[in-house]
Ligand binder design. Structure first.
Ligand SMILES: [Ca+2]
Ligand SMILES: [Ca+2]
Length: 265
């Protein structure tokens, strides 16, 4: 039975007031009773310059690479936990903002344990991220983590789609499925902990002939190995032993049918 990943979530912050309050502290140099000072400054901020206060969220959405078709959620009421995808599936993760918000930064983070199974590749920032925006890759650790970092900046930052990061599901190793978590960091919320995880469970491909669609040609390959029991010593029966128990039988047929006519292009 396939496991479901453990996802940790942190609440979005509804208002982004920290920079404004910090700026006001510098102006007035008030040092006593910090809570009262913040309350006073908050009121002043609301009175003097309400347009300086922005609300909104930076969000992620996941689509098939060649379309705007979103990947379905396991439960529509639980965000960021997605239906199974096959090895070979190509996704795009879109980072968007519903507000004009300059100097925003964040990351997608991939822990070393997941590196053999999927690859994140950044694309050029979209125009709405601003003419001084940036996106880059880096590694850090220990423990080793790969980061796709992005910054929205410039006079022309606009609400909308800001960044696209491609994801390729490349392997499940020796397993019939792998749970896969990608941390999403919003620096306005935390530098230390992900705001949430994008959770995938990726499974072995049913596209045995590697032509990007699961159809009768793949069924014919599975049928050619029907009830064969030495798959572990014969290259996995060309992948037809989907549950990796050494034989091709009804269990594999059921797993195959779950992705009938699935496309990975
Ligand atoms: Ca095929
Ligand atoms: Ca099997």
């Amino acid at each position: 039975m396939k496991k479901k990943c453990l996802c940790i979530r942190y609440p979005f912050r509804e208002l982004t007031l920290s920079a404004y309050i910090g700026h006001s502290n510098g102006i007035f140099s008030i040092k006593s009773n910090k809570l009262l000072v913040k309350q006073i400054l908050l009121v002043l901020a609301l009175i003097i310059s309400p347009v300086s206060i922005t609300s909104g969220t930076i969000s992620t959405n996941v689509f098939l690479r060649d379309s705007n078709t979103p990947i379905e959620l396991v439960d529509p009421n639980i965000p960021h936990i997605y239906q199974d995808i096959m090895v070979g599936t190509k996704l795009k993760i879109v980072v968007s903002s519903d507000t004009i918000k300059r100097y925003w930064g964040g990351d997608l983070a991939l822990e070393e344990a997941y590196w053999p199974y999927g690859i994140l590749t950044p694309k050029e920032p979209l125009p709405a991220a601003g003419d001084s925006s940036g996106i880059y890759e880096q590694e850090s650790g220990p423990p080793p983590i790969k980061w796709i970092s992005f910054i929205a900046d410039g006079d022309n930052v606009a609400a909308g789609d800001w960044f696209i990061i491609d994801y390729n599901a490349v392997d499940t190793g020796d397993y019939n499925s792998v749970d896969f978590n990608i941390g999403f960091y919003d620096y306005d919320i935390s530098w230390d902990d992900p705001n949430y995880y994008l959770c995938f469970s990726q499974v072995r491909t049913r596209d045995f002939n590697n032509n990007t669609v699961v159809d009768f040609q793949d069924y014919a390959i599975l049928a050619s190995y029907w009830q064969q029991t030495n798959c572990s010593s014969s290259n996995g029966c060309e992948g037809a032993d989907l549950n990796v128990d050494g034989s091709v039988d009804f269990d594999d047929l059921m797993l195959f049918c779950e992705f009938w006519l699935e496309k990975t292009k």
